[in-house]
Design a protein around this ligand. Structure first.
Ligand code: RIB
Length: 292
């Protein structure tokens, strides 16, 4: 079984600040680093580090060769990462003294992917393969319809949750992976139990993974509901913690692990990612996760 992750590749400009800026405020940052990122790229790297055969598809601009290199260096098959003219996607990320962040996203090359290119990539995949998506590229509804039509299992991290998702046929999603805010935006419910109940009602054929920040995570499938607490660490940068969780949890499904064990491994991997700076660079390898 192959995994295709059709998703974003971003250059993350990460600024260390005392506190997240308020409207109208100017603040001097104490450091700035450029990291490889993008929800798509991060999740591909998490999958590869967890031992999954993953193909990343997406677009980089003239400034983005480093993003393709990082994929390859980390074991992601990047043959479908296509260079185009113009700029890559990039973000401006503030990380405050409590390791909280806020992210401003410029989509760049991520949002000019043609349907012809999508078709070309999808033709390489078969029934039973997995398509993983986030909401940082264009034309998700098309990708969902085409992949579902050929019998692929479509998994969606609906992040960022915005109007671009409105046209997606969510009944074709086999697994939603999201935090509780996105869970609220998808279902209209705020409490985790209610989010799960409403999701089951609206999407009876979908499994749900909800990450709950400091309150851990919860997974619901046909057989039941499974909970996992966090592994407490000294947080340095929470960027990509959710992406790490996503990649590791999907790897546990592919490996046929019990959901409880899958949640535990994903929570450990995310805890390690939180204890390090950066996005993709903070994601641990499986040996490290299993040894922790
Ligand atoms: O989930 C974290 C990612 O979100 C960052 O790497 C940034 O690029 C944004 O896409």
């Amino acid at each position: 079984m192959k995994v295709l992750n059709f998703g974003s590749l971003n250059l993350d400009y990460v600024y260390t600040v005392d506190h997240i800026l308020m409207g109208g405020e100017t603040q001097t940052s104490t450091s700035m680093q450029i990291f490889p990122g993008g929800k798509g790229l991060n999740q591909s790297i998490a999958l590869a580090k967890a031992g999954v055969e993953v193909y990343h598809a997406g677009q980089i601009g003239e400034d983005g060769q480093m993003l393709k290199d990082v994929c390859q260096e980390n074991g992601v098959d990047a043959r479908f990462v296509r260079p185009v003219s113009g700029r890559s996607g990039h973000t401006i990320i503030q990380v405050d003294k409590n390791a909280q962040n806020c992210i401003l996203l410029y989509p760049g090359a991520n949002r000019s992917i043609s349907k012809e290119f999508m078709d070309e990539v999808l033709s390489f995949f078969d029934e039973g393969d997995i398509l993983l998506l986030q909401n940082e590229i264009n034309d998700l509804p098309y990708l969902i319809d085409q992949a579902y039509g050929k019998g692929m299992r479509v998994m969606l991290n609906p992040s960022p949750f915005d109007a671009y998702l409105d046209a997606c046929d969510m009944s074709k999603i086999s697994l939603f992976l999201m935090n509780e805010i996105e869970g609220w935006q998808l279902t209209g419910e705020k409490e985790p139990e209610q989010i799960l109940a409403k999701a089951k009602e609206k999407f009876p054929h979908s499994d749900i993974l909800l990450t709950l920040g400091g309150d851990g995570s919860v997974y619901q499938d046909n057989a039941g509901i499974y909970r996992q607490e966090i592994f407490p660490v000294k947080a340095v940068d929470t960027t990509a913690a959710g992406d790490t969780f996503t990649g590791y949890f999907i790897s546990s499904i592919i490996d046929g692990m019990d959901p409880k064990e899958g949640l535990r491994m994903a929570a450990k991997a995310a805890a390690i990612a939180v204890s390090r700076p950066g996005a993709a660079s903070s994601i641990p390898k499986k040996e490290e996760v299993l040894a922790s």
